[in-house]
Write a protein that binds this ligand. Structure first.
Ligand code: ADP
Length: 571
């Protein structure tokens, strides 16, 4: 299997890579979903626009059908009476079926109308005769000459030539409020379906026309569209700007919304001047579908975070285990070295001590005072060396679990006095004053007589070492109901608060003690021996004011002491 060395990559790099990889995949799928949602929106939009357009086309076709009927009527008979026309439009029931129809009329070419002047002046004279005025207020149109408005004339002549219907795109319908509308004209010929342009020119009889109120007409078709889809129909006149014939509710707001789609279709229903404008917001598709991309994105971010955290955690745990293992390996190597070194050092150091001792004793002849002084110095150094070696040996044995405590009831007063005796000369040399405070009634406790003295030797020795000449050292012991307390105090250099937590660690020395020689093992051994006795040790200290070490040793279930008694200072 190929190896990429991922295990050597930093934790943050690997975690970041996992996060970025999953996030990139999520972003990719988010993009895909977003595109597909947008496509769905576009399809829904297209469906709506096609539906609206075809509805309008159908409506338009209906108007044309009504007009075609009228055309047939005039083509069949040359003399359609007012009553015939009335019957025709009544058949369509215009006022109720087509309320948008403002007018349905007939404009015969060249015919003399009721109140319009001579037709001879114009060949294309086309007065509105209004065979029947189905809306009464349009009587003012009677006799109006359609051909006199240039734009309308142009359209009518085009209709004549093509034979097809034409639409006048925008006009104000007659009436009280002058509503906007449009007109449809269909040419009427004297013969059915004239084939050529020449025939259509010669056979034109007139035009059937219809005026439609655009607002009512478009509302019928478009008002029921989806509320998120809007349509507007605008028309520009021949020389006038575009004007909205109709628009569905909220069309403008829909178009202005962010993410809205809008398009415009020119020339609707063959009318070059008409525009159908559409607009829709994404709300056209379901909310759940619209939210799909966001949900995907959130899911992606969450998944990336989750897996990145998992990787972070797993790598962290692996690193922690590796570090622990490393520490164990180093510790055991140190222990091995310690044990080996101390054993190997002890024998030669002991031999040196013996030989120097013999020289000092005069076994090799009388020594001069200088020789004696030099050898004494060597002897003392060798003693310190042995002391350290012994301590190292203890540490090695401790760490190997070889030190076992065998408890017997021992006399603490006696033990402490013996320890003091070993140190008195040192205190005296430094002119240090030792005060002891031991109870008159001796304290007894269960302890190992071979190890417990080391605890107080170390504490008293440290008190002496780290207290300047002329300082004071104190030793106090007392028993409580279930424990024995021994306090060793001094007025020495003290220990900074930041170092208090580490002074009991192996080989730890505090900076302010650097002028005094030491190995950093004593307190570690002291603490371990106290712990092996089931006790505890604490320290209170202030730099330059002194320290007090407090050892607490349990008395066990069977208290070997009599009830507590008043203590009195001795010595
Ligand atoms: P050392 O051989 O250095 O004395 P210890 O383990 O006995 O080793 O003590 C560890 C360190 O704790 C010392 O180096 C010293 O910095 C500090 N220390 C111990 N006892 C005292 C004390 N009585 N006063 C001030 N500092 C002390």
């Amino acid at each position: 299997m190929p190896r990429f060395g991922f295990d050597r990559w930093p934790r943050a790099t690997l975690t970041g890579l996992v996060f970025l990889a999953i996030l990139a995949a999520s972003l990719y799928s988010w993009g895909k979903i977003q595109t597909s949602v947008y496509d769905d929106f576009k399809s829904a939009y297209t469906v709506e626009t096609v539906t609206a357009t075809s509805k309008l086309s159908r409506q338009f076709q209906t108007y044309k059908n009504v007009l075609r009927g009228g055309v047939s009527l005039f083509q069949i008979a040359s003399d359609v009476s007012e009553a015939d026309w009335a019957r025709y439009y009544q058949a369509y029931n215009l006022s109720s079926e087509y309320p948008e129809t403002a007018e349905l009329g007939y404009a015969p070419i060249g015919q003399q109308s009721v109140n319009v002047g001579s037709a001879s002046a114009r060949p294309n004279y086309a007065p509105i005769t209004l065979l029947a005025n189905y809306k009464t207020n349009h009587a003012n149109l009677l006799g109006y000459n359609l051909m006199q408005t240039p734009a309308v004339r142009q359209l009518l002549l085009a209709a004549q030539v093509s034979g097809k219907s034409v639409v006048y795109p925008k006009l104000n319908l007659p009436g009280e409020h002058l509503p906007l509308g449009f007109m449809i004209y269909v040419p009427v010929y004297s013969r059915a379906n004239p084939a050529t342009v020449a025939e259509r020119r010669s056979d034109l009889r007139g035009y059937v026309f219809m005026a439609i109120d655009s607002r009512v007409a478009f509302a019928q078709v478009l008002s029921a569209t989806n509320p998120n889809f809007g349509v507007s129909v605008s028309a520009s006149g021949q020389n006038s700007p575009a004007e909205v014939l109709y628009q569905t509710a909220y069309f403008a707001q829909l178009r202005a919304q962010s993410g809205a789609l809008s398009t415009s279709q020119a020339g609707a229903f063959d009318q070059p001047n008409w525009h159908l404008n559409f607009a829709a917001t994404p709300a056209l598709i379901s909310a759940s579908e619209r939210q799909a991309p966001l949900e995907e994105l959130l899911r992606g971010i969450f998944t990336s975070l989750f897996f990145a955290s998992l990787v972070w955690y797993l790598i962290g745990r692996r690193e922690q285990r590796a570090a622990q293992l490393q520490l164990q390996i180093i510790q055991s190597a140190k222990d091995d070295l310690l044990s080996l070194a101390s054993h190997q050092l002890r024998t030669p150091a002991t031999i040196v001590k013996q030989y120097v001792g013999m020289l000092l004793e005069g076994y090799a002849g009388e020594l001069s005072p200088e020789q004696k002084a030099m050898l004494s110095g060597a002897y003392e150094s060798n003693e310190r060396q042995l002391e350290i070696i012994n301590q190292l040996l203890y540490v090695a044995r401790l760490d190997a679990g070889q030190i076992k405590i065998h408890k017997n009831i021992i006399n603490l007063n006696k033990l402490l006095k013996d320890v003091i005796q070993t140190q008195t000369s040192t205190f005296e040399e430094r002119r240090q004053k030792l005060t002891t405070n031991l109870p008159r009634k001796h304290i007894h406790l269960p302890a190992d007589a071979s190890y417990l003295p080391m605890v107080f030797e170390n504490l008293l020795s440290n008190a002496g070492k780290y207290t300047p000449a002329d300082g004071t050292i104190s030793l106090r012991a007392y028993a409580t109901q279930d424990a024995v307390i021994v306090e060793v105090g001094d007025s020495g250099i003290g220990i900074p608060a930041a170092d208090l937590a580490t002074i009991f660690d192996k080989f730890t020395r505090v900076e302010n003690a650097s002028e005094v020689s030491g190995s950093g093992i004593g307190l570690y051994l002291t603490m371990e021996i106290v712990k092996l006795h089931g006790g505890s040790i604490t320290v209170q200290s202030r730099p330059d004011q002194g320290s007090t070490f407090r050892v607490c040793l349990p008395l066990g279930d069977e208290n070997p002491n009599q009830p507590a008694e008043q203590t009195k200072p001795v010595t």
